[in-house]
Design a protein around this ligand. Structure first.
Ligand SMILES: [Mg+2]
Length: 292
């Protein structure tokens, strides 16, 4: 509060989104037009880090409660694993691959190049590996409920992944999403093994942002009505393009550059950023359960 006063920011309204347990409050603020919002976001991020709370500063507009499309990264966002690391584990090259994945997700190396290098290490892997990995996928807490609630609210939903099509398609099916985009791995002519190559355009950071735009055009909504959730450096352009871009338990560099972030394990927290209270979230979950 002292910080807000020091910037001549006044609190017009307060809504308690989560009154019990760990609190979640929504403040409607009047911010002097002379304030630099970027600098303000940076200051608030520093304060939130030192207090170990999440603070999301969003412009108040007609679109804030009228979001219509939600796009999600897959690995370490909708699911807990990085699928390429899981495939590499089956092939016995997990140490080499995971090291490159980590560097790519931190933005230390170019994603396209990193993917080509990692996929090359998978050469000779049985094509049945996707089925094996699929059975072991662990969904992030709240992923199923969040996607069901968004659907109930009328959202169109998508997974846009730097991972691979068979697994992204399964995630789409399991969560009831509308779209799935990911990379395709080449398979040998006899269909038995991976060749170590990627087919077609690689879904990298720029492609993710483009696909978000394509979906918003197909759904005839403005970018302001799109929310995006991701954790990696390759999600940053996509998060930046969306009206609400959320870094979810993201890598440090992503946290710094994203406009908003959630550092709680459960994906349902996204609904608070959309302005829904605990009571409303519970109503939604009950209604989804009733028709499950
Ligand atoms: Mg990810």
């Amino acid at each position: 509060m002292a910080f807000l006063r020091s910037k001549n920011i006044s609190v017009d309204r307060l809504k308690r989104l989560r009154p019990a347990g760990s609190r979640c409050d929504e403040f409607h603020l009047s911010v002097p037009s002379t304030l630099d919002l970027k600098a303000l976001r940076k200051d608030i991020y520093t304060i939130s880090k030192s207090h170990r709370v999440d603070v999301a500063l969003q412009p108040s507009s007609v679109f804030r409660r009228q979001r219509r499309v939600a796009v999600f990264d897959m690995d370490s966002t909708l699911i807990r694993q990085e699928v390429i690391d899981e495939i590499a584990r089956k092939t016995g090259v997990v140490d080499q691959v995971a090291k490159i994945t980590e560097a790519a997700m931190n933005g230390e190396i170019d994603f396209k190049e990193s993917l080509r290098r990692r996929v090359a290490l998978l050469k000779g892997t049985s094509a049945t590996v996707f089925e094996e990995v699929r059975k072991e996928l662990v969904f992030t807490d709240g992923a199923k409920e969040l996607c069901a609630c968004l659907k109930r609210l009328g959202f169109r939903t998508a997974v846009i992944s730097g991972g691979f099509v068979p697994l992204a398609k399964y995630v789409k099916y399991y969560l009831g999403l509308d779209y799935a985009f990911a990379n395709t791995l080449a398979v040998s002519e006899d269909g038995k093994v991976l060749t170590g190559e990627v087919v077609g355009d690689i879904v990298d950071a720029e492609r993710k942002a483009q696909l978000l735009e394509v979906i918003s055009q197909a759904e005839e909504v403005t970018l302001d009505q799109v929310i995006a959730v991701g954790d990696g450096a390759n999600d940053l352009p996509m998060l930046g393009k969306a009206g609400l871009g959320i870094a979810f338990n993201a890598k440090p560099r992503v946290q710094e550059q994203a406009a908003t972030r959630i550092n709680q394990p459960n994906l349902l927290n996204v609904l608070y950023l959309l302005g829904y209270s605990d009571e409303e979230v519970n109503q939604l979950i009950q209604s989804v359960k009733r028709y499950d």
